[in-house]
Design a protein around this ligand. Structure first.
Ligand code: NAI
Ligand code: AKG
Length: 469
């Protein structure tokens, strides 16, 4: 019997009807082991859980950019997916060329997946951000086109917090400058304006995963911690939340920024804020480059208002390693390089072996779960939906996934289409304008699958239909 074809389609109303290739031999699949099934999630599922497949796995094409860790690459390759791996990000024109062809893209912080780029990604099912930040992706556009986005919300938080601790001491003792002088052959033994950090106040802006982890480490070294966050959050240890950013700036000896990139955090620290800071205080930014007005910081450091700074992130960052920290990329780069007591690092906050290995596993497993089973747990832009796996006792079952506009009457129409079959289980949830429905149906013949899919595709609410079996 001919295998079902065209098992994934996206709404022509959004970007046309697009078909993923399917195997000519596709049929109901027997289980196979994979890293996800070996994980704790699988242990909670029935022992004889059946692994669903969208189609022959070698048909899934994945593009991994920005040197995604080996752990992630291994998990994806073990599934039989076709994985292309590049160490760097890509300029927009090359990215558009490549993204046209793939079902999955894995990136870190540098690749910009804008609406323009995503509009060319006709086959794209899912994006994996192998990092915390997702500001580099147009999440709304992706959701409205049925493209799920996953990240790793805290696997590199500890690495960032440790980097900041190192920077606090380095700035307080002017270690960067002393080391540079020694490299140039100059012995300069000074204690003026070099301080212990014990008893000093650390002001943390953004008390999330990184900020709160940092709070614990800083207190352990004898610092007093205050924090400002737009949310009221439980203080850890003896840290204290302050009501305004201004209050934090006026009290802290060290100010460190751990907020996401949003319209509200653009230039969160600019001239007026630097003026509110104590004379001789320090500023650290390992969040996003847009959060600090860097020309304003340069002025404040030249004026002696700010005694030192550490920057890990910049408004424009190069796609690859090389001699790129020049004015061509950021007009003030050379002024920054000329300042004393400033630590400049190339966005390495999360760059440790531990963090990158953990992120590789976490994001790759989320991708596998989504590709093979349609589970959206952990997605940052689609409703989070999961459903118990089908088992080996249920050979002729199929899982229907219908991503649709969140408008009245859709469930009734979907259930009319599924009514011919027994719906064993079903779940639906929405997030904003987009809703996600998953249903397991039984006694499905391969020819039924095409009919179900075609009928769902014909509904005006459709964004994307997938049938896994
Ligand atoms: N340098 C690096 O390599 C890395 C940088 N990052 C950056 O650090 C950021 C923070 O990471 P997490 O702590 O994991 O995020 P998180 O989401 O756990 O915490 C962010 C906190 O900032 C708060 N916030 C948001 N807007 C704010 C505002 N306008 N004023 C004050 N607080 C505000 C939130 O309420 C939240 O508590 C990420 O969004 C990412 O951009 C993350 C990892 C590595
Ligand atoms: O390691 C990276 O490429 C990005 C780290 C980062 O900024 C993040 O996780 O948000």
């Amino acid at each position: 019997m001919a295998a079902p074809r065209d098992i994934v389609q996206r709404s022509p109303g959004t970007d046309g009807s697009h078909t993923l290739s399917v195997s000519p031999t596709a049929t109901f699949h027997s289980p196979r082991s994979n890293s996800f099934m070996a994980g704790s999630f699988a242990h909670r599922a029935a022992a004889a859980a059946k692994q669903l497949k969208p189609f022959n796995t070698e048909d899934i094409k994945i593009l991994l950019l920005e040197n995604v860790n080996q752990t992630g690459r291994d998990i994806l390759k073990a599934q039989g997916y076709q994985v292309e791996f590049l160490k760097t990000s890509l300029p927009e024109d090359q990215l558009i060329e490549k993204i046209r062809d793939v079902h999955v893209i894995g990136i870190r912080s540098k690749t910009k997946l804008t609406a323009k780029v995503l509009s060319e990604a006709k086959n794209l099912l899912v994006i994996g951000c192998f990092c915390i930040g997702t500001n580099q992706v147009d999440l709304d556009y992706a959701a409205k086109h049925g493209i799920a986005v996953f990240n790793s919300p805290f696997a590199n938080s500890r690495s960032v917090a440790e980097l900041v601790i190192a920077e606090i001491i380095t700035l307080a003792r002017q270690l960067g400058d002393r080391s540079l002088e020694m490299h140039r052959g100059t012995w300069n033994k000074v204690s003026s304006k070099c301080w212990e950090i014990r008893g000093k106040t650390l002001g943390i802006v953004g008390y999330g995963h990184i900020g709160s982890q940092l709070s614990v480490l800083a207190e352990a070294m004898g610092m007093s911690v205050i924090y400002y966050d737009i949310l009221t959050l439980m203080a850890i240890g003896t840290a204290r939340q302050v009501p305004t950013l201004e209050a934090l700036l006026e009290e802290a000896d060290f100010v460190t920024l751990h907020v996401p990139e949003t319209p509200e955090t653009k230039n969160l620290i600019s001239t007026a804020h630097l003026e509110r800071m104590k004379t001789g205080s320090y500023l650290i930014n390992a969040s996003r480059g847009t959060v600090v007005d860097i020309p304003a910081l340069i002025k404040a450091m030249r004026a002696g208002k700010i005694a030192g700074a550490a920057l890990d992130v910049y408004p424009n960052e190069p796609a690859a390693n090389g001699d790129y920290f020049v004015n061509d990329l950021n007009s003030w780069a050379e002024d920054l390089r000329g300042l004393n007591n400033i630590i400049l690092t190339p966005h390495i906050g999360g760059s440790t072996e531990e963090a990158q290995r953990a992120i590789g596993v976490e994001v790759a497993e989320a991708l596998v779960r989504y590709i093979n089973q349609g589970i959206t747990l952990g997605s940052v832009n689609l409703p989070e939906v999961t459903m118990r796996s089908l088992t080996l006792d249920e050979p002729n079952h199929a899982r229907v996934i219908y991503i649709h506009r969140n408008v009245p009457g859709v469930l009734r129409k979907v259930n009319e289409i599924l009514a011919e079959h027994n719906v064993d289980k079903q779940i639906s949830d929405s997030k904003g304008d987009v809703a996600y429905l998953m249903a397991d149906i039984s006694d499905v013949k391969t020819e039924d699958i095409k009919e179900i899919r075609d009928s769902l595709d014909a509904l005006s609410s459709r964004i994307m239909t997938r049938v896994l079996y």
